[in-house]
Design a protein around this ligand. Structure first.
Ligand code: KIV
Length: 288
């Protein structure tokens, strides 16, 4: 349904309806305006301005250093590119953990200054209280369990989580606690598909998997991974749907060759001047 060709923005109700209908929810990350427009035009349901931006677009070696100002600037650019998909802002490390009031203030900035529909935060434990406080302040929250990159060091690195019964139980308890706290969705990252199946039997809110198997209600991939822009090694769960890095390198190398050989710019890339104006200009210069 749309008004005058503009697609109707999706709602949380639409996501719940998709879960009920068994229709997968599609989420991607994006970090800038053109990518947001592409994601929206491709018909994805949700765009996450992930703190993965720290690594994919800002060149940090982990997600930990990215600041509020950096995240807000990227998120605002994405907001301007979306008309239909729901926008999720990712609260950066250190911006919500210390207290409920800090978490609410941070979430409010993402809604007020960057136009987010939802905010995402990582882990169970004390994060459950932060999620509850943000929900109580009227802001929908996405939880994130399993591999939570902001605490990768404590988790023993970027590795799958919940691979023993005890570890899986902890992941399940975190997810259930986040649901009880009022989260609207939960991201499940890098957990065994068996654990996802068991969660699906116990959770009523939609789940979005990344490396969590096919049973989640939706999937998310990082923009630079799925399009083959990121140069480094990819996680096991990544599937590349394009090779944008290779195409970009080839394009830039060809441009450099043509500039160096004089092939670019050709006459059709320049601006002309009427012959009589050129003659007049030469006269003016000669008279100086
Ligand atoms: O920051 C991010 O991109 C994420 C996704 C991997 C879920 O948290």
């Amino acid at each position: 349904m749309s008004v005058a060709g503009v697609p109707r923005p999706l709602t949380l109700g639409d996501l719940a309806a998709k879960k009920d209908a068994g229709e997968p929810i599609v989420m991607v990350t994006a970090y800038d305006h053109p990518s947001a427009q592409i994601a929206d035009e491709a018909g994805v349901d949700m765009v996450l301005v992930g703190d993965s931006a720290a690594m994919t677009v800002l060149g940090y070696s982990s997600t930990v250093p990215v600041t509020m100002d950096e995240m807000l600037m990227l998120t605002r650019a994405v907001r301007r590119g979306l008309t239909r998909a729901l926008l999720v802002g990712d609260l950066p490390f250190g911006s919500y953990e210390a207290s409920d009031s800090l978490a609410v203030q941070t979430a409010q900035r993402f809604v007020k200054e960057a136009g987010c529909d939802l905010v995402k935060l990582e882990r169970g434990g004390t994060t459950v209280d932060r999620a509850r406080a943000i929900v109580a302040a009227g802001i929908p929250v996405v939880g994130h369990v399993g591999l939570t990159p902001q605490s990768a060091t404590a988790l023993g690195g970027y590795r799958a989580q919940g691979r023993t019964a005890d570890a899986a139980l902890a992941v399940i308890d975190d997810a259930l606690a986040l649901q009880d706290a009022g989260c609207s969705l939960i991201v499940l990252e890098a957990i065994p598909s068996e654990v996802t199946s068991l969660l699906q039997e116990r959770l009523t809110i939609p789940t979005i998997g990344i490396g969590a198997g096919a049973d989640a209600d939706g999937q998310v991939l990082v923009w630079h991974d799925l399009l083959g822009i990121y140069g480094g090694p990819a996680a096991k769960f990544v599937k590349r749907y394009a090779d944008v890095r290779a195409a970009s390198e080839a394009g830039v190398a060809e441009y450099a060759r043509e500039v160096r050989s004089g092939k670019y710019p050709a006459p059709e890339h320049g601006y002309g001047m009427p012959a009589d104006e050129v003659a007049k200009l030469k006269e003016l210069l000669a008279g100086r």
